[in-house]
Design a binder for this molecule. Structure first.
Ligand code: ATP
Ligand code: MG
Length: 413
């Protein structure tokens, strides 16, 4: 098997590290063949932040080794997902004079205006992860999507900057480098996931993608093909487990198993006398609990998470207004009944998202918790095709390229 062209996605979660090794297929539209995966429980990582460098390195190495054993391909490079509540986004504006005397706007001008927008923020303790141009203005003509080749004297851009705390970003990159893997690119997890789960058409008409992880829930909203909003909340499916542990006065491990084996977000669909015998889960536990009570605990937390997400939609005036609806990924999206609660809370169509356009013999890649790792490989594919001129010039992926390369080297040292 050829080792060139291999794209590796590395998703560092609070509970699980996931690696996906992929290769592009021939022909159009391009798909990804997933050759193998690696998965290891995550130590030393919480809420997207490294809490112990040594533990994180050892977990990442184990996941990488597993993928290498499965594919027979050594992992030397990876597209790495970044997540965490230290990540924030900000709207910025940049202005430059067009360089050429004849006033024709070149790629160079676009790069400069994006650079100018970026320098309007950036305190010294943050790293810019992505600069996503939303719209350009050429002289007084507003609403320009692609200004290259147009004539003008003054070029402006409205862009969104996604940034993370430098210390956290540095710890993350340090861990990856110490496993002997080079970082191809560092990508906001939910942004990468959108590359594998959402279609172009959905991003055009308006859609939200929600990643319900163990300790974080992240959201990205698209409209007219652009990123409209991103948010990372410090709550996830692990909080449901904690609520069950408190409600039932059991250990976290027992609560997790109650959730996975008997959990649902729809208490009304559980019979009043439906009971869970805790001794069946753990012989050390005694007593029976009402399954409906457990469902009520779950529903309360899920509704709370969704109402926090809806507040984020309100910030961009899209509450109840995304025609393509909400797609959910991450382990938390597998909770029975969650789709109904999402439809109710968001007043929108809702579904669980799974990676699209993949060919694979590895079944679990189709699960929603693999969407981020697969999306990272798709991010790599989009970068490749942008490099060869196949990609759209102003795809989210392409415009973000280049910014990252420069600073990543600095961080490695
Ligand atoms: N079938 C299921 N039903 C309900 N919950 C589930 C199911 N499978 C996994 N989960 C929950 O999903 C969570 C793990 O999801 P995931 O693997 O996406 O998180 P992570 O990437 O490790 O965390 P994060 O993204 O927050 O750093 C856990 O809380 C787990 O209990
Ligand atoms: Mg995750």
């Amino acid at each position: 098997m050829s080792r060139e062209n291999t794209l590796v996605g590395l998703d560092l979660g609070t509970t699980t590290i996931r690696v996906v090794v992929a290769q592009p297929t021939e022909g159009q539209p391009q798909q990804l063949q997933i050759l193998g995966v690696g998965e290891h429980s995550a130590d030393g990582i919480s809420k997207g932040t490294i809490t112990s460098i040594e533990d994180a390195i050892s977990s990442i190495s184990s996941a990488l080794e597993q993928a290498e054993r499965m594919t027979g391909i050594p992992v030397t490079h990876a597209f790495v997902g970044i997540n965490g509540t230290h990540i924030s986004s900000q709207e910025v504006h940049g202005v430059v004079a067009v360089a050429k005397a004849d006033g024709e706007i070149k790629e160079d001008d676009v790069e400069r205006v994006i650079e100018a927008a970026q320098t309007t923020v950036s305190p010294s303790n943050v790293e810019v992860l992505h600069v996503i141009p939303r719209v350009f203005t050429v002289d007084n003509q507003k609403g320009v999507k692609d200004p290259i080749g147009m004539s003008g004297i003054r070029l402006e851009v409205d862009a969104q900057i996604i940034q993370g705390l430098q210390a956290q970003v540095k710890n993350l990159t340090k861990c990856i480098y110490r496993t002997g893997v080079e970082i191809d690119d560092l990508v906001l997890g939910v942004l990468a996931a959108s590359e594998s789960v959402l279609t172009k058409r959905q991003k055009e008409i308006g859609v939200g993608l929600v990643n319900i992880g163990a300790s974080t829930t992240s959201l990205i909203v698209f409209e007219e093909g652009d990123v409209l909003h991103t948010a990372i909340l410090p709550v996830g499916a692990g909080h449901i487990t904690n609520d069950i542990a408190i409600g039932l006065r059991t250990s976290i491990d027992v609560a997790e198993r109650v959730k996975l084996e008997y959990g649902t977000a729809l208490p009304n669909e559980v019979g009043k006398r439906d009971e869970i015998d805790l001794a069946e889960i753990d012989p050390k536990e005694t007593g029976v609990v009402s399954r409906r009570h457990v469902a009520e605990i779950i529903e309360a937390r899920v509704s709370e998470i969704f109402s926090m997400l809806d507040k984020e939609l309100q910030k961009v005036d899209r509450s109840g207004l995304l025609p393509a609806g909400i797609f959910m990924i991450g382990g938390g999206s597998k909770l029975p009944g969650i789709i109904d609660v999402a439809k109710r809370e968001f007043r929108l169509p809702a579904a669980v998202g799974t990676p699209l356009n993949i060919i694979t013999a590895v079944d679990k890649v189709h699960e929603p918790e693999y969407a981020t790792a697969v999306g990272l490989a798709f991010w790599g594919l989009a970068l490749q095709s942008a490099g060869t001129g196949h990609g759209s010039k102003f795809s989210t992926v392409n415009t973000v390229l280049g910014k990252i390369r420069g600073w990543m080297k600095n961080l490695a040292s």
